[in-house]
Write a protein that binds this ligand. Structure first.
Ligand code: IPT
Length: 949
């Protein structure tokens, strides 16, 4: 086995489409014999013989997740020296062995042995014959086993190298996870069967008709013959090699209406089933079109990940995941950064998701040495590059959902990428070619960027609205003719991402902008069980020397696929319907490209529980209608719900929501007395007890436990330190509060406090006016005033309290049910909400600030010792936020894993007058100016009512 050369694998058959066929097959998944050697040099040659000691392993699986060695995470950097094509000496070698009886339909017959994924290189032997070697961890390899299979006692032996020359081409930002991690199968090749089929089902939007172009290849490589039948279209034809057939009038396929027509190709020995989706992807005047209408990607980047099984994701899990996407108004997936399990494309066809299918290619680590010797421009690697692209395209070419082929990710520039593009365009002109790093767009069909700032995206949208400048080069003119996408944007790591609304607004405004794909769908934490406790781990937790920490846990859903708050906001901005409710009218905008709103019902309800269904006239794609609002409601909520169940959600599922709310401030109590000073701490004059409940606080507070985004400098301010550092420098993470004075006025007790960081002279003054309403109720008028020149913006402006007992739940009147921050509030709505103790925070793998409930008018914070009801009497209720946590901010900021957080038995409460936004600085712009919180005064009046249990 030679794992240090620059070519593709050897011995595999010409790549072909994955066909659904009646040809006999036999799965070889199951329990195999297994052992690992530390390096190729010490791995015995006769591994197929079965001598020596063996354990066992499931196939498909990654051996490092099955008790042999450990996973390792790096983002851009290679974990070994850049010395292509040589892998490091420390290179675990996994030997796999399976003894099996062949199915009678396969033994002695023409058949292939198929591997759908082996990381990173493998030598395959069957009954003593060397069949060849694989390259391309996420690519299918088939070997001809004709005449080599016996009825019983077949010995299949596979030697897998964790690292190989291929590792230089597979430097994606993810775990290194070796092993046979996808299916292994035997498939018969019937004598008069079809080796390959290529079908292009085109749709002519002007005529509303379809056509089918078929190219058939027989098993001997000659043109194939078969009978095509599409019963629903009464289409039947004898195909000899190639044909283009008129399908007459058809319903087109789109993500909005994934209409598929079942078709069959019959030969004397075999029947192949196809699902035809008629559709056309094209570009006109730099606008991307699907079936003649503008196509806007509302997409996500999807890695294959399961916390226990790595990239061996069961298809049922993948299906649940795609359904979850559909329920959150996502209409597109970029398969970052390799082809997924082949079954995924059947699901995207069926459920309706546009796909950018990406080749298994990334050489990002070469950026660390200025792209010196990047394989992308080295002729010795050209055949490896072409092989990867051909395997990618051939396997999945018959799927309607795939609209772009992507050459790979972050592989720099070079002739090999151009060669991949040229081959792809020649082979399949029905789709566009994508590659992000070709900023000049010389060999791609779409201009693509990642994490471009809002300003850049705006410029790109605008530049095609006026004539090209005089003297523009042909390349420049070509680029201007292309639509634009952000193949990655809004880095969804930790609490965030902010800035979604502003991107969506640009995508909606400029026709050239065809939307984008959030980075990324899922966090890649790996679950382990230690001392009976399940723990989610990230880079460095497995003893790696070179690693990139928790950068692997960035997603709209957790590794267990629980939605993060960012997904709720995204569902709002991606919604195919916008509902705007005012006091007397409801505006409904249809944001679908191709379909009307007949599949939706519009239901309304008010705060008193009255409800009804709106009569909405026909609204075509891109149109807006206005209907009158039911009379006299201070709160009116209108929801667009599915009229009938779909494959991905039940009837009644809420697709979009709009709301009108007139906030009525709570009445200010008139009868009050001056509180007894005994209820206050004599040194600090902070409230010590109320209604029998003891307190610590309230104290002014400006800090939050840094989010992931707070820990990175934003793209808009690359030269400034991240906020977490700015805050630490200013000292707002450790402010002290001094009592300035306390005095009894005629009707209230006045306490004045100064809060400032150690070693600094800038401060915030709190002027509190206390009035007793009842023994268990106080009214406090709060005025917060900044003093001196503050060198940094704040995280929050609020009051902190510590209540006795652990938190047991929260009931509030405000935005919910999930958390909301100034730039991440979309998708929450006003109402009475409840959160259980475990819903008060988001269990981000690395602890950070989370869980703020916003727009709060009143909240009841329950603890195991009692509780506190807070009512906002005056003050900007839209901005008021309540955060309740079992952990102090210091604990959140200094603990590295969620499972290591130790609750101190108290309830930490923050009542914020204002908060900073979250931004997306981990790999994008920081907090946008309008969501920042420069030093500013604040006023609020709060009614506090306490109880004990
Ligand atoms: C970009 C990568 O394409 C993606 O795989 C991921 O690593 C992401 O960054 C960060 O999470 S590349 C980056 C240099 C913009």
């Amino acid at each position: 086995m030679d794992i240090a050369r620059k070519g593709p694998g050897v011995g595999a058959l010409i790549p072909r489409a994955r066909l659904t066929t009646t040809a006999p097959r036999q799965s070889l998944n199951g329990t195999w014999q297994f052992r690992v050697h530390p390096a190729l040099a010490v791995a015995p040659d006769d591994y197929w013989s079965g001598t020596g000691e063996w354990g066992s392993i499931p196939v498909p699986a990654h051996w490092v997740l099955e008790g042999h060695g450990a996973p390792a995470y790096t983002n851009v950097r290679f974990p070994f020296p850049i010395d292509p094509p040589n892998p490091p000496d420390e290179n675990p070698i996994g030997d796999y062995r399976l003894v099996f009886d062949a199915d009678p339909a396969l033994a002695g017959k023409a058949a292939v042995l198929r591997f759908d994924g082996i990381e990173s290189a493998a030598e395959v032997r069957l009954n003593g014959h060397v069949l060849g070697e694989t390259r391309g961890s996420r690519l299918t390899h088939e070997f001809d086993v004709t005449g080599k299979l016996t009825a019983t006692g077949n010995v299949l032996a596979v030697r897998v190298a964790q690292f190989s020359d291929a590792s230089y081409l597979e430097d994606q930002d993810m775990w290194w996870l070796p092993g046979i991690f996808r299916d292994v199968e035997l498939v018969a090749i019937p004598e008069h069967g079809l080796y390959d089929v290529f079908v292009v089902a085109d749709y002519d939007p002007a005529a509303a008709t379809g056509s089918v172009r078929l190219t058939l290849t027989a098993n001997d490589g000659t043109p194939g013959r078969a009978t095509l039948e599409v019963p629903e279209l009464s289409l039947r034809a004898e195909i000899d090699g190639e044909a283009t057939l008129d399908a007459g009038s058809v319903e087109p396929w789109s993500a909005e209406n994934p209409r598929l027509y079942d078709a069959t190709l019959t030969t004397p020995d075999e029947r192949v089933s196809l699902r035809l989706g008629f559709r056309r992807v094209e570009v006109r005047d730099s606008v991307l079109l699907i079936n003649g209408a503008p196509l806007q990607f509302r997409g996500v980047n999807r890695h294959e990940h399961d916390p226990s099984r790595g990239r061996a994701v069961p298809l049922e899990t993948a299906r649940a995941e795609l359904e979850l996407m559909k329920r959150h108004n996502i209409n597109a997936v970029r398969t970052s950064h390799y082809p997924p399990h082949p079954g995924l494309l059947d699901l995207t066809d069926e459920l309706g998701l546009y796909v950018i299918l990406e080749c298994d290619l990334e050489t990002h680590g070469f950026v660390e040495v200025g792209w010196r010797d990047n394989p992308s421009d080295d002729p010795a690697w050209e055949s490896a590059y072409l092989d990867r692209m051909q395997r990618t395209v051939h396997r999945d070419k018959n799927h309607a959902s795939i609209v772009f082929w992507s050459l790979g990710n972050e592989a720099g520039h070079g002739a090999n990428l151009e060669a991949m593009s040229a081959w792809t365009k020649a082979f399949d002109p029905s789709r566009l070619v994508h590659y992000e790093h070709d900023w000049d767009s010389t060999y791609v069909d779409v201009y693509s960027r990642m994490y471009a700032t809002h300003d850049e995206v705006k410029n790109i949208g605008e530049e095609v609205l006026s004539p090209a400048p005089y003297g523009a080069t042909p390349a420049e003119l070509h680029r201007r003719s292309l639509p634009f996408i952000q193949c990655e944007y809004a880095h969804a790591m930790g609490n965030g991402p902010g800035g979604l609304e502003e991107y969506q607004e640009l995508f909606d405004r400029y026709p050239r902008l065809a939307g984008g794909f959030i980075w990324e769908w899922i966090e890649h934490a790996i679950a382990v069980v230690e001392n009976g406790q399940r723990r989610l781990l990230y880079g460095g937790d497995f003893g790696e020397q070179t690693h990139d920490g928790n950068f692997v846990t960035d997603g709209l859903v957790s590794a267990d696929r629980e939605p993060r708050p960012g997904l709720t906001a995204l569902a709002h901005w991606f919604a195919p319907v916008r509902i705007e409710v005012t006091e007397d009218a409801i505006r409904i905008e249809n944001r679908y490209a191709l379909v009307g709103l007949d599949h939706l019902r519009f239901v309304w309800r008010d705060a008193d529980g009255a409800e009804g269904t709106l009569k909405v006239p026909t609204v075509g794609p891109g149109e807006t209608v206005e209907v009158p609002a039911p009379d006299g409601n201070a709160t009116l909520t209108v929801e667009a719900v599915l009229a009938e169940a779909t494959a991905w959600a039940g009837a009644g599922h809420v697709v979009a929501r709009g709301q009108f709310v007139r906030l009525a401030p709570a009445a200010r109590p008139r009868e009050t007395t001056v509180p007894d000073r005994a209820a206050f701490d004599p040194i600090s004059m902070r409230l010590r007890t109320l209604g029998g409940l003891s307190f610590e606080g309230p104290v002014p507070s400006l800090w939050r436990a840094p989010t992931d985004n707070d820990r990175y400098p934003g793209r808009d301010e690359p030269d400034l330190p991240p906020y977490a550092e700015r805050w630490a420098e200013a000292g707002i993470d450790r402010v002290r509060t001094r009592l300035v004075t306390a005095m009894n006025e005629t009707t209230f007790l006045r306490t004045l406090h100064r809060t400032a960081p150690p070693g600094r002279d800038f401060a915030v003054d709190a002027d509190l006016h206390w009035r007793q309403v009842r023994p268990d109720v106080v009214l406090v008028d709060v005025t917060l005033t900044p003093r001196g020149p503050w060198p940094t913006e704040w995280a929050r402006l609020g009051l902190d309290l510590v209540l006795p007992g652990r938190p047991t739940g929260l009931d509030w009147d405000g935005l919910g049910p999930g958390p909301a921050y100034p730039d991440l509030a979309a998708g929450t709505y006003h109402g009475r909400h409840h959160a259980d103790a475990d819903e008060l925070f988001t269990n981000y793998v690395r602890p950070q600030e989370s869980g703020a409930r916003r727009g709060v008018r009143s909240a009841a914070i329950a603890t195991s010792a009692g509780g506190l009801r807070v009512t906002v009497v005056e003050g900007g209720a839209e901005e008021i936020a309540v955060t309740v946590s079992p952990w102090s901010r210091t604990a959140l900021a200094t603990t590295l894993h969620h499972h290591d957080l130790v609750a101190d038995g108290n309830t930490h409460v923050s009542l914020d007058l204002a908060q900073s936004g979250l931004g997306t600085a981990t790999c994008g712009v920081g907090v946008l100016p309008r969501y920042r919180l420069p030093a500013r005064p604040g006023r609020v009046s709060l009614l506090l009512e306490a109880w004990t249990v």
